[in-house]
Design a protein around this ligand. Structure first.
Ligand SMILES: C[S@@+](CC[C@H](N)C(=O)[O-])C[C@H]1O[C@@H](n2cnc3c(N)ncnc32)[C@H](O)[C@@H]1O
Ligand SMILES: O=C(c1ccccc1)c1ccc(O)c(O)c1[N+](=O)[O-]
Ligand SMILES: [Mg+2]
Length: 214
């Protein structure tokens, strides 16, 4: 039977990158997506902006909404200080299985906890199940109609503190108008837009960085 795109992406990682070398994993995926098959990873251009936000923040507790094949998981986890932890949520079992192998190949499994399930089910369980008080950094990159409800859910569950940074992918393409309107008009957030391009294309896209003010 025909392989899936995530399976072909994993094979490209294992063929063209070095086990335990996260940068080579990132480069192999970007090469595959640029020259073989487009895939919905945050990509190299927006990925560099993601890197700079993470490096500046040095977060201890990170939440990622939407793992897919683990590309952004590897991008974030490779920059985390020792002892820092990244929880990434993915409700597609096939994608989660690939992501686990990509994250392991990069040698980052000790920093990453991949949870197979829906954000709406797991956000309310972060405290009692993972012993999380609040997150320092959240990367939103799951289905776009979930950005706003999940942000409100994180607020309601007390998972955000003064200074928590939310970074949202795709605020232009495919776009998240309700989320953008909320974080840009709410007195509880200081928001700014990083203009970029849709991964591996010339189309405009960008990241919205929103600091929770408490
Ligand atoms: C754009 S992909 C993630 C890409 C990844 N962040 C990267 O840059 O490499 C979106 C992923 O979110 C998952 N997803 C969508 N809605 C979700 C939800 N409510 N809970 C958990 N996973 C979700 C999808 O199955 C898909 O794999
Ligand atoms: O929605 C899509 C999409 C829509 C149509 C076809 C393929 C992907 C998409 C495109 C770029 C992204 O960075 C991204 O995160 C997503 N996503 O699914 O979450
Ligand atoms: Mg995206």
């Amino acid at each position: 039977t025909k392989s899936t795109r995530p399976q072909r992406l994993l094979k490209a990682v294992q063929k063209h990158s070095t086990r335990g070398d996260p940068q080579s994993v990132i480069s192999a995926i970007d090469h595959f997506c640029r020259h073989r098959e487009w895939a919905m990873n945050v990509g190299d251009e927006k990925g560099s902006i993601l890197d700079s936000v993470v490096s500046e923040l040095n977060p201890e507790k990170v939440l990622e909404l939407g793992t897919y094949c683990g590309y952004s998981t590897v991008r974030i986890a490779r920059l985390l200080p020792p002892g820092a932890r990244l929880i990434t949520l993915e409700f597609n079992a096939d994608y989660a299985a690939i992501a686990r192998q990509v994250i392991a190949w990069a040698g980052l499994e000790d920093k990453v906890q991949l949870v197979e399930g829906a954000s709406g089910d797991w956000i309310p369980r972060m405290k009692e199940h993972f012993g999380i008080e609040t997150f320092d950094f959240v990367f939103l990159d799951h289905w776009k109609d979930r950005y706003l409800p999940d942000t409100k859910l994180m607020e309601d569950c007390g998972l955000l503190r003064k200074g928590t940074v939310l970074l949202a992918d795709n605020v232009i393409c495919p776009g998240v108008p309700d989320y953008l309107e909320y974080v840009r008009n709410s007195l509880s957030y200081k928001s700014c837009y990083f203009k970029s391009h849709l991964e591996y294309t010339k189309a405009e896209d960008g990241l919205e960085k929103s600091v929770f003010l408490g």
